[in-house]
Design a protein around this ligand. Sequence first.
Ligand code: FAD
Ligand code: NAI
Length: 475
Amino acid sequence: MAKSYDVVVIGGGPGGYVAAIRCAQLGLNTACIDEWKNDEGKPALGGTCLNVGCIPSKALLESSENFERISHTFPAHGISVSNPSIDIGKMLARKAKIVKTLTGGIEMLFKKNKVTRLHGHGRFVGGGEPWHVEIEADGKTEFIEARHVIVATGSAPRQLPVAPFDGERIVDNAGALKFAEVPARLGVIGAGVIGLELGSVWHRLGAEVTVLEAGDAFLAAADEQVAAEARKQLTKQGLKIHTGVKIASAKATKKNVTVEYQTSDGTTVKETFDRLLVAAGRLPHTDGLGADRVGLKVDGRGFIEADEHCHTNLHNVWAIGDVVRGPMLAHKASEEGVMVAELIAGQAGHVNYGAIPFVIYTSPEIAWVGKTEQELKIAGVAYEKGQFPFAANGRAHAMEEAVGFVKFLADAKTDELLGVHIVGPHASELIAEAVVALEFRAAAEDIARIVHAHPSLAESMHEAALGVAKRTIHI
Ligand code: FAD
Ligand code: NAI
């Protein structure tokens, strides 16, 4: 007889594994099916985020930033290092060790919380409740049933027909996280989050990096002023960024790859790179899920249709994370997982989609929460703005990182914070204060009245909040 569970989660990424743990904490008998295998061919939990996404990219960003500091920041401190070098093998081994530690950590959390881990490909078998799911692994098939199914199958890189991945010269994020040597010339298609983060990694290590972006705007989702500052800083560092580009073809040989593209003024350019990273967005992953067998609704772009509580068109079938609408972010996936677990357990689950932070881990870092200035203008919302540059922040100078600014946007009538935008040092950490403020529907004055430690980067948050009432102290 098929084993029966209260909840079966399909997918063990930050959406699925968090959902499974929270379900188990709430007393639900839970299993999590995941098919990921790491480079050693061993099953590994954590999905894209832990294996080829957030964690390994941040490990390499840290290594490469340390390397770059030696040449570009240390001299200002009076520290000189002659002929610094980097051992790429060691750098990759460090990244792999971090990934192993963290993916192994999820295994331990599953044991601790008594989540049943099932390795293999999960697929709906047939309609009706309980739901019937099959798990296929190494030619063997097992059948289970569950009252609730949470689909958390994530996303996969979008392949461009003009530049198909070959895993060697034309690669996706996974490939660009494991180049065995620094490519002398790296081409990047897409000036999105992956293109800029991984482009920065290899640029800092010595690659000449050219980023080819189809859109006319740079970082269109970010606040325009922040995007302009980020582009200025990245260009100053040496990243070549072209927007409004049309890729015609990418042809790989054993040694290199030649990309033909049209620039925004219509000129045709042929450029040869050692490697090409294609980072042109990601697509929801529902291949082989058996959605059609049970009538699970998937929209024209491949996303599973879900309401604001992640409930699908099928009773007791839920979908969370990259496979549903909303930003493709690990913390968004996890919070949806918690929400669904709590709803299944009869509690009140909720995600505030208006207060999800976005972070791009370039240098300077970019982070925001809430509305951009251009969004407020389009919506016709009257707002006040407070802005403070890190050039006027003592701690930023002490760190030799006095670039960028913080911008607060508040409702002109009520002073409620509507958006906070940062481009500058440690923006990824500073944004947390703004997220709390938006979640609690704070006014700019609330932040302006809070004591911020001196000297700290957070003083720039304080000053930008003061700036809304036109009363900054240090500019
Ligand atoms: P995933 O993490 O994709 O996990 C889905 C899992 O389901 C996978 O293990 C997959 O193998 C498995 N699966 C799929 N179908 C089946 C099936 N039928 N049966 C069994 N298993 C199945 N986000 C951030 O918030 N911060 C960052 O810094 C960040 N950096 C990133 C860097 C890179 C290079 C990339 C590519 C992404 C990054 N992201 C980041 C995005 C983040 O990784 C995703 O938003 C997040 O992983 C989504 O989680 P998920 O659980 O929905 O899906
Ligand atoms: P993205 O959506 O951020 O950027 C893709 C870029 O490629 C866009 O600017 C798009 O205009 C461009 N593009 C699309 N087709 C193109 C073409 N044919 N030619 C040239 N340019 C083209 O997607 P990306 O960078 O692939 O990342 C996928 C997702 O992963 C992101 O949406 C993000 O949510 C997540 N992610 C998050 C990170 C973070 O939170 N720090 C880090 C990395 C990824």
